[in-house]
Design a protein around this ligand. Structure first.
Ligand code: SAM
Length: 278
């Protein structure tokens, strides 16, 4: 039933609350392992306003204090992401992605890894001749991205996929190993613990063609605001994307991640790194 303050998007069967900005797609919004039909409010464990989500992300509880190096759990991702409430869900492509695009960085087959609610992938698909696939672990991110594609008359322009990218070999994109000319990661790597980061970059390496390029935007250790995901250092990038791991790190520039205007002053200090698969 559509309640007061909600409207039904007929093309996508999505419900959008004009009071809270919350998005609900019946039967598709639940995290893996949760019953279909759960409401986003229940998925979100009480984080039902933008303010409460921003406060939670800025708190120490956002990352796991574990031996694996402080990643963000799937449960936490599911509470925070995919409703347009998270600090990085700014409803436009990241400035770094806009600069990459105007610099001619996207060509051929492109994979957007950790695409969130889809703005970067849609931007690349709209302004280039690339074929674009985009993957996120959360069904509600993909549902939101598909809705945006529909509203922008871009249905079918991005191949949306929902799976854990660390499980690439059993995913629908496994047959596209060594397929991509360009992989974009805008904000996924820094959500992973230390060991998962190494495995993740092996996946991206395998997804790229030899000579293909990874463009990575990740919060840097220059960002000292409280909370948020892990930060990467220049030394960590050198180690993760070094020749021993099969990469040539061609560029690392200080940049920033655009955020909700009331979160960390609207931006987080980041590195924009580019690396070629050897
Ligand atoms: C900080 S958000 C960035 C979203 C988007 N790229 C952007 O720039 O706005 C990171 C995204 O990575 C997704 N993610 C985290 N771990 C993942 C995994 N193992 N596999 C696929 N997606 C993942 C999250 O669900 C989240 O949407």
């Amino acid at each position: 039933m559509v309640r007061s303050g909600q409207r039904l998007n007929e093309t996508s069967s999505l419900l959008f609350s004009e009071e809270t900005g919350a998005l609900d797609k019946r039967g598709a919004e639940s995290a893996p392992g949760t019953p279909r039909g759960e409401s986003p409010a229940r998925d979100a464990g009480g984080l039902n306003t933008i303010k409460s989500v921003l406060q939670f992300v800025a708190s120490p509880a956002f990352v796991e204090d574990d031996e694996a190096g402080g990643g963000v759990s799937l449960e936490t991702l599911n509470r925070v992401c995919g409703r347009g409430f998270a600090p990085w869900e700014v409803h436009r492509p990241q400035q770094a992605v806009r600069e990459l695009l105007t610099g001619g960085a996207f060509k051929g087959a492109v994979l957007d890894c950790g695409c969130g609610i889809g703005d970067n992938a849609l931007f690349v698909a709209k302004y280039t001749t690339c074929t674009v696939d985009a993957v996120d672990i959360l069904p509600k991110c993909i549902a939101f991205a598909e809705m945006k594609a529909g509203l922008r008359n871009m249905r079918g322009r991005v191949g949306w996929q929902c799976f854990d990218v660390l499980k690439w070999d059993s995913s629908p994109l496994a047959s596209r190993t060594a397929h991509y000319d360009v992989v974009l990661d805008s904000g996924l790597l820094h959500f992973l613990g230390a060991e998962a980061k190494r495995r993740y970059l092996q996946v991206l390496h395998a997804a790229l063609k030899p000579g293909g390029t990874l463009h990575l935007l990740a919060l840097s250790d220059q960002e000292t605001s409280p909370g948020g995901p892990t930060r990467v250092s220049r030394a960590e990038l050198d180690a993760l994307l070094g020749a021993e791991a099969g990469w040539s790190l061609t560029s690392v520039k200080p940049h920033y991640m655009e955020l909700h205007p009331t979160f960390w002053g609207g931006r987080g200090q980041a590195y924009l790194a580019s690396a070629q698969r050897l």
